[in-house]
Design a binder for this molecule. Structure first.
Ligand code: FNR
Ligand code: 8K6
Length: 347
C-alpha cells in the first residue's frame, strides 16, 4: 500500500518528482547575520534530499516581513549566495527544492527590522506575544495603501526571481497560517472597503495579483501556493471566509500552478463551515495537484492518496526527527518520534 508514495509524480512539463513525499516547510530560526543561510543549513537540507521535493523553511521577501528571530531572507545578494550553497548541496544529492516566500503581515514585529510599524490589510492587531520572545506584544499594523499593495506584489515577484537566481527549482507562495496573504482572505484581518476587501473577489485580489506576478517572473510550472481555508491559528473564525475560498480555488485552477498545498497542523480537525476536513474541502474545489499535510504517517498518507484525497503528502515534524525519513519508510523501518527539544539543533 505504501508503494504509491514511491511512484514518480509528474507535476508538469518541467518538473517530475522522484517520489510523492515532500518535506514540509519548517521554520528553524537558524539563519546567520543578515538573515543569510548557513553551511549548517545546507548540510541539513542535503541530508533530506531524497524527498521528492523539499519546501524550504519560510523565507522573508523583505525586512518588514519578519516575525521570528533568524528567519532567512531572499532580498539581499548575500542571502542569494547563501541559498545557492543550500540548493547546490540538495541538487548534488539528486534532490529538488522550492523556496517558500513569506511575509508575516501583522504577525511581524518592528523589533526585528527596526521600522516604525508593521503592515497588514487592516489596522487590526493580533492578540498576544511573539512565541519564545514573550516580552514582545504584537503591534497594531498600519493598513496598507493601494500603492503599498502594488509594491508588495512587485516584491514577491522580485523574491521569486531571486529564488531562481539562488538555484531553487521553484517557489511556494506562503498564502497560509494567518500571515500577510492569508490575512487578506479572512474577515477577521481584512476589514477593507476598497477593491481589496468586502467581497470574495476583492479579498482574493491581492493573493491572485501576487500569484500572477510570480508566474510572470518565473513561470506557472515553478509556482505553487500554500493555503489555509480553515482559520485555525492567529485568526478568529468567520463562516463567511468559506465564500472567499470558493471563489479563490477555481481562479487558481485556471492558472495551472505546479500545486496547491494545504496549510494546517492536524488534518483530522473538522470545520463546520468547510463541511468537514480542510483537505476534503480543498479537493472538492480544486482538481489539479493537491498536497496534503498535518499529522500523517506513511500508512495514513498512502491511504489518503490511494483514496484520491490528495496527490502528494508533505511531512513536517517526522522529517525534523528523521533526516533519513524517506529511506526508513521505504525499508519499512521504524521512525523516531518528534519532540520540541529537537528544534534546538539543526541535525
Ligand atoms: C511549521 N510549519 C510551517 N508551515 C509553513 O507553511 N511554513 C513554515 O515555515 C512552517 N514552519 C514550521 C516550523 C515548525 C517547527 C513546525 C512544527 C511546523 C507547519 C508545517 O509545514 C506542517 O504543516 C505541520 O508541521 C504539520 O505537518 P506534520 O508535522 O504533522 O507532518
Ligand atoms: C503557527 C504556524 C507558523 C509556524 C511557524 C512557527 C515558528 C516556529 C518557530 C520555531 C522556533 C524555533 C526556535 C529554535 C530555538 C533555537 C534555540 C537555539
Amino acid at each position: 500500500m505504501r508503494d504509491v508514495l514511491f511512484e514518480p509524480y509528474r507535476l508538469n512539463d518541467k518538473i517530475t518528482l522522484k517520489n510523492r513525499i515532500l518535506m514540509a516547510p519548517l521554520t528553524r530560526c537558524m539563519a546567520g547575520p543578515g538573515l543569510v543561510p548557513t553551511d549548517e543549513m545546507a548540510a541539513y537540507y542535503s541530508r533530506r534530499a531524497d524527498a521528492g521535493l523539499i519546501i524550504s523553511e519560510a523565507t522573508i521577501i523583505r525586512p518588514d516581513g519578519q516575525g521570528y528571530p533568524n528567519t532567512p531572507g531572499l532580498f539581499s545578494a548575500e542571502q542569494i549566495l547563501g541559498w545557492r550553497k543550500v540548493t547546490d548541496a540538495v541538487h548534488a544529492k539528486g534532490g529538488l527544492i522550492f523556496a517558500q516566500l513569506w511575509h508575516t503581515g501583522r504577525v511581524a514585529h518592528t523589533f526585528f527590522f527596526g521600522g516604525e510599524h508593521t503592515v497588514a490589510p487592516s489596522a487590526v492587531a493580533l492578540n498576544g506575544t511573539v512565541p519564545r520572545m514573550r516580552e514582545l506584544q504584537y503591534e497594531t499594523p498600519k493598513a496598507l495603501t493601494v500603492s503599498e499593495i502594488e509594491q508588495l506584489v512587485r516584491d514577491y515577484a522580485k523574491a521569486a526571481e531571486n529564488a531562481i537566481e539562488a538555484g531553487f527549482d521553484g517557489v511556494e507562495i506562503h498564502g497560509a497560517n494567518a500571515y500577510l496573504i492569508d490575512e487578506f482572505l479572512h474577515h477577521d484581518s481584512n476589514r477593507r472597503d476598497d477593491d481589496y476587501g468586502g467581497s470574495p473577489e476583492n479579498m482574493s485580489r491581492f493573493p491572485l495579483q501576487v500569484t500572477d506576478a510570480v508566474i510572470a517572473a518565473i513561470g506557472r510550472e515553478r509556482t505553487g501556493i500554500r493555503l489555509s481555508p480553515a482559520a485555525y491559528v492567529n485568526m478568529a473564525t468567520d463562516a463567511r471566509d468559506r465564500q472567499v475560498f470558493d471563489y479563490l480555488l477555481p481562479a487558481l485552477e485556471q492558472r495551472q500552478l505546479a500545486y496547491v498545498h494545504l496549510g494546517i497542523f492536524d488534518d483530522s480537525m473538522q470545520f463546520d463551515y468547510l463541511g468537514g476536513q480542510a483537505s476534503t474541502y480543498l479537493r472538492e474545489h480544486y482538481q489539479q495537484t493537491l498536497v496534503g499535510v498535518g499529522g500523517y504517517d506513511a500508512d495514513s498518507a498512502s491511504a489518503a492518496i490511494n483514496a484520491g484525497k490528495f496527490d502528494l503528502i508533505a511531512i513536517g515534524r517526522p522529517f525534523i526527527a528523521n533526516p533519513d525519513y524517506v529511506a526508513r519508510v521505504r525499508q519499512g523501518d521504524a521512525t523516531k518520534a518528534y519532540s520540541d527539544e529537537m528544534l534546538a539543533t539543526l541535525y
